[in-house]
Design a protein around this ligand. Structure first.
Ligand code: UT7
Length: 329
C-alpha cells in the first residue's frame, strides 16, 4: 500500500445574498469607489443580515455532501477556521455538526484569522494521513460584518462575509496535500486585533462605549508585514519542493489587497492568469477567502495541477500549502 495523502475531493461555498457595493458604502462613511478600488481592488462584498457563521457553514457543508455524494453519517471530523464564532463556546464546529446533521462527527474551531483555512486544512489533513479517518470536512467561514465598525472607513470597506468548505479523503496516487509551511508571530497582535470580548478585556459598558468589540487595524504596518511574509513563505514552499515558476499551475492567495497578491505572484514568477482572484466581488472574507477561490475556479482545475495556497493575517499568522489537485470537475 502506498503512502496515504489527504486530497481535496470536493469544494463548495456559501455567500449571503445582500450585496454592499462601494457606492452604498460611500453613503455610510467618507470614502469613494475610486479610493477603495485603487487601494484594494474591491468593488463589493456580501453581508449576512440574519444568522451566524454556523448557518453559512451548514449551508456550504450540505451542498458539499450533495456534490460529493457523501452520507452525513460518514463524516468523521469537521475543522472550522473562524474568528467570528457563533459563541465563545460551544465551538462553531459543534453547532455546525448539529445543523448539518453530522451525527457521527466531532470537531473544533481554529482561530488564526486570515490563515484560519490554511491552519485548518493542514490540521485536518493529519487525521487522513495517519489513516485514522476517511472523511474530514475543512471549513473557512467568517461573518466579518459582526465585528466591523461601520463608522471606521479604514476597515469597513475591506471586509465581507462568506464561507467555503472542502472534503478531505485519503488518496494513494500521490495527489492532495504535499507540504505546508505555517508560521505565527504573536507580537503582531497590536496591529490587527479585536481588543475586547476575551479574557483580557471582558465586555463592560466601557468597552462597548469605546468601540473595543470591533476590528482595529493599522493598515500600513499590516501591509508591510503581509507583502514580505506572504511572498517569502510562498517562495520557500516552492524551493522546498523543487518547484520552478513553470511547475506551478495556480496560486490561491488570501484576498486582502490586490497589491499584496501581485507582490506574491511576482516573487513566485507567476503570470496573472495563474492567480485566483475574486476580491473584487467579495472583499476580504478572512478565513473564507481561500476556499471561496477554489470554489469559484473549480471548473478550471485539472487532476494533477500544482497549487500553492498562501495567506497572511491577524496574529500575525501566515503560511503556504502546496497540493496537487485530485480530480477533474
Ligand atoms: O487580511 C488581514 C490582513 N490585512 C491586510 O493584509 C491589510 C493590509 N493593509 C492594506 O491593505 C492597506 O494598508 C489598506 C487598504 C488597509 C489601506 O491602504 P493604504 O494605501 O495603506 O492607505 P493608508 O492607511 O496609508 O491611508 C492613506 C489615506 C489616509 O489619509 P491621509 O492620512 O493620507 O490624509 C487615510 O485616512 O487614505 C485615507 N483613507 C481613506 N480614504 C478614503 C483610509 N481609508 C480610507 C477610505 N476611503 N476607506
Amino acid at each position: 500500500m502506498g503512502k496515504i495523502t489527504a486530497a481535496i475531493t470536493g469544494v463548495n461555498g456559501y455567500l449571503p445574498d445582500y450585496v454592499l457595493d462601494n457606492e452604498e458604502l460611500s453613503t455610510i462613511v467618507d470614502t469613494s469607489d475610486d479610493w477603495i478600488t485603487t487601494r484594494t481592488g474591491i468593488k463589493e462584498r456580501r453581508i449576512m443580515k440574519n444568522g451566524a457563521s454556523s448557518d453559512m457553514a451548514a449551508e456550504a457543508i450540505k451542498g458539499l455532501l450533495e456534490k460529493t455524494n457523501t452520507d452525513p453519517m460518514d463524516v468523521d471530523l469537521v475543522v472550522v477556521g473562524t474568528v467570528t464564532p457563533d459563541y465563545v463556546f460551544p465551538s462553531t464546529s459543534n453547532v455546525v455538526c448539529d445543523k448539518a446533521g453530522l451525527k457521527n462527527a466531532w470537531g473544533f474551531d481554529v482561530s488564526a484569522a486570515c490563515s484560519g483555512f490554511l491552519y485548518s486544512l493542514a490540521t485536518g489533513a493529519q487525521f487522513i494521513e495517519t489513516g485514522r479517518y476517511k472523511k474530514v470536512i475543512v471549513v473557512g467561514v467568517d461573518k466579518m460584518s459582526s465585528i466591523i465598525d461601520y463608522q471606521d472607513r479604514t476597515t469597513c470597506v475591506i471586509f465581507g462575509d462568506g464561507c467555503g468548505a472542502v472534503m478531505l479523503e485519503p488518496n494513494e496516487e500521490g495527489l492532495g496535500i504535499q507540504d505546508f509551511v505555517l508560521r505565527s508571530d504573536g507580537s503582531g497582535r497590536d496591529y490587527l486585533v479585536m481588543p475586547a470580548g476575551g479574557s483580557l478585556n471582558p465586555a463592560t459598558a466601557e468597552t462597548v462605549e469605546n468601540r473595543m468589540h470591533y476590528v482595529k487595524q493599522e493598515g500600513k504596518q499590516v501591509f508591510k508585514f503581509a507583502v514580505t511574509n506572504m511572498a517569502d513563505v510562498s517562495a520557500e514552499i516552492m524551493e522546498r519542493n523543487d518547484l520552478a515558476s513553470d511547475d506551478v499551475d495556480w496560486l490561491v492567495p488570501h484576498q486582502a489587497n490586490l497589491r499584496i497578491i501581485d507582490a506574491t505572484a511576482n516573487r513566485m514568477g507567476l503570470s496573472s492568469d495563474k492567480v485566483m482572484i475574486n476580491i473584487k466581488n467579495y472583499g476580504n472574507t478572512t478565513a473564507g477567502t481561500l476556499p471561496l477561490c477554489l470554489w469559484d475556479y473549480e471548473s478550471q482545475l485539472k487532476k494533477g495541477d500544482n497549487i500553492v495556497l498562501s495567506s497572511f493575517g491577524g496574529g500575525f499568522t501566515w503560511g503556504a500549502i502546496y497540493l496537487k489537485w485530485a480530480y477533474n470537475s
